[in-house]
Design a protein around this ligand. Structure first.
Ligand code: NAG
Ligand code: NAG
Ligand code: NAG
Ligand code: NAG
Ligand code: NAG
Ligand code: NAG
Length: 512
């Protein structure tokens, strides 16, 4: 009896002590305190959001006018009437143009051109393309580096403070034929043909918008555009008179530049080890991965072959440029990750439930069924941007834009070294939280001795107002950036870093 009472007393005391500790330890914030903290962090980033050389003061977009009547009649977009966008985005120009001047040309690409914002330079022009192959560059407009931000989970569109229109003009093109609103039947077999068709489009574009001739030209894109862009650059450097703008350099982020075995399989197990607590895979499976990595010559590959300076071309770990039998660890990891995290996102490994709503219908590893039309599938949006009403727009095409495959070699094994040399500056950017393409597999491989001579230093990428956000390394005319916390779409997930990198590419800042 006594002891029972004592136990109750002890329990009660313990409870009271715990409650006291709890009350003493709990921080209290007002909503205003919390808001102020976030605003303070954002304020530190403030001054960088412009082209360093810009002379324009605050105000509306730069006054850029096009005299060809087609520009205003066929292509002008009134930024105050974009559906579901509740501010004036300013003037822009969009629509379809053919890829040649043949009268019976059926193939047309869709573009959306934005002039520079108040802080942007009038002397430059950026081209952006998404990858896929077959994914729409309108993803770039709405979710990456355009003036409108309507990203995953956002209830409505908001202005993008880190829009690249704060740097210069930018043109988004849905290419190649078969992508987005583009018209005609895909018929390309390789990257040279892709480049030729895009240049054909640009010849038509500059015919309508000749005021843009002579601008410093920058090519940019992500993912499979890591294959497109070097070949497009190669075509333009080989045929400098084919378009009336001087090509200065290019950006590729989370780029497909080499064989899949190099960019997905070899680094996959080390990647899972590095982010072990994020993947949360069980011990048995981790052991299986280690054994497979050893048996498939993935383990120690980096230590053995990735040397500074490089010894020569990197060997394949087996006999396949994808994976040998029993060696597809990337896919095994994807399945295992989905088992414990059904929201697992190959494009950004940190994502968990809930899967966020996406106005473009593609918020991660899997496309999403929508309760409302995709933004670019609304008739009022199509009408506003001069897009064909009869196209059922999807972010990534349902048809193959290379009907017989893409027969070009990966650019790291072909044109990439030479286009880097011919560029004033070139940047390769990689998100460190990207699993579909893995940073470690990206950078060390092009043409033997032309790889980096010295290793990348940790914490060397300093973002203004933020501090170290990854690693950077420059040699000759190439600068390589690794962005901490960023997934595959760097301008979407790390817009501040992306903006600073673009400033560097364009010569608006001296240091990366
Ligand atoms: C823009 O330029 C055109 C032609 O130079 C001129 O007619 C127009 O008034 C200008 N608009 C503004 C807002 O400065
Ligand atoms: C069509 O384009 C080609 C260059 O691709 C050019 O040589 C030719 O003059 C153009 N023809 C017309 C009618 O503009
Ligand atoms: C950058 O562009 C966005 C969107 O147009 C705009 O809201 C913002 O004010 C711009 N920032 C600067 C510094 O020009
Ligand atoms: C461990 O993970 C593997 C791969 O997903 C799975 O097949 C296996 O059932 C898991 N084991 C346990 C005990 O959950
Ligand atoms: C490449 O970089 C070097 C050194 O910075 C520079 O001298 C050269 O002009 C660059 N190449 C081009 C094509 O600009
Ligand atoms: C760089 O950081 C990694 C961990 O992210 C560490 O393993 C490596 O030793 C570091 N390298 C140097 C030179 O400090």
């Amino acid at each position: 009896m006594f002891s029972a009472l004592l136990q109750v007393l002890i329990a009660l005391t313990a409870l009271l002590v715990l409650q006291n500790i709890d009350a003493a330890a709990r921080r209290t914030f007002t909503k205003a305190d919390l808001r102020a903290r976030q605003e303070e962090a954002v304020k530190r980033l403030g001054p960088q959001r412009r082209a360093a050389s810009s002379s324009g003061g605050p105000g509306t977009v730069k006054n850029i006018t096009f005299t060809n009547p087609r520009a205003s009649v066929e292509f002008y977009v009134d930024g105050s009437t974009l559906p579901l966008v509740d501010w004036d985005v300013g003037p822009s120009w969009a629509g379809l143009l053919p890829i040649s001047n043949k009268t019976d040309e059926s193939r047309q690409l869709f573009f959306w051109f934005f002039p520079p914002g108040p802080e942007g330079s009038l002397d430059d022009l950026i081209f952006w393309t998404n990858g896929g192959p077959g994914c729409s560059s309108l993803e770039g407009v709405l979710q990456e580096n355009g003036p409108i931000s309507w990203s995953w989970g956002q209830a409505k569109a908001t202005p993008n403070e880190y829009s690249w229109t704060n740097l210069s003009s930018i043109i988004y093109v849905e290419q190649p034929v078969g992508t987005g609103f583009s018209q005609g039947t895909p018929d390309i077999n390789n990257e040279d043909e892709l480049a030729e068709q895009l240049v054909g489009f640009f010849q038509q574009f500059f015919g309508v918008f000749p005021e843009l001739e002579g601008k410093n030209f920058y090519l940019s894109g992500e993912s499979y555009a890591g294959t497109y862009i070097p070949y497009i650059a190669n075509y333009i450097y080989d045929n400098p008179d084919s378009i009336p703008v001087p090509l200065k350099g290019f950006w590729i982020s989370d780029p497909s530049v080499s064989w899949d075995v190099v960019q997905e399989e070899i680094p996959a197990v080390a990647f899972v080890r590095k982010y072990q607590n994020v993947f949360a895979l069980n011990q048995t499976f981790m052991d299986y991965l280690d054994e497979t990595a050893a048996a498939c010559n993935y383990a120690d590959y980096m230590e053995k072959y990735v040397t500074f300076p490089p010894q020569g071309l990197l060997p394949l770990p087996g006999s396949s440029v994808e994976f040998d039998d029993g060696c597809d660890v990337w896919d095994a990891i994807f399945s295992a990750a989905l088992l414990v995290n059904p929201a697992f996102d190959i494009y950004r490994i940190f994502d968990t439930y809930p899967i966020l709503w996406d106005v473009l219908g593609f918020p991660g590893s899997f496309p999403q069924t929508q309760v409302s039309p995709l933004y670019f599938n609304r008739d009022d949006v199509k009408a506003a941007i001069h897009a064909p009403l009869n196209v059922d727009w999807t972010e990534c095409s349902n048809i193959n834009v290379f009907p017989n495959g893409d027969s070009s070699l990966p650019p790291a094994l072909s044109v990439l070294p030479s286009v880097i040399e011919r560029s004033e500056r070139a940047v390769i950017v990689h998100g460190l939280a990207d699993f579909i393409l893995i940073a470690d597999g990206c950078v060390w491989q092009w043409n033997g001795l032309q790889g980096f001579q010295t290793p990348i230093q940790n914490d060397s990428f300093i973002v203004d107002g933020m501090g170290a956000l990854g690693n950077v390394h420059s040699e000759r005319n190439l600068t390589y950036f690794e962005v901490a916390l960023s997934g595959h779409m760097v301008p979407q997930f790390s817009p501040v870093a992306a903006f600073q990198i673009m400033q560097y590419l364009m010569g608006f800042r001296e240091m990366p």
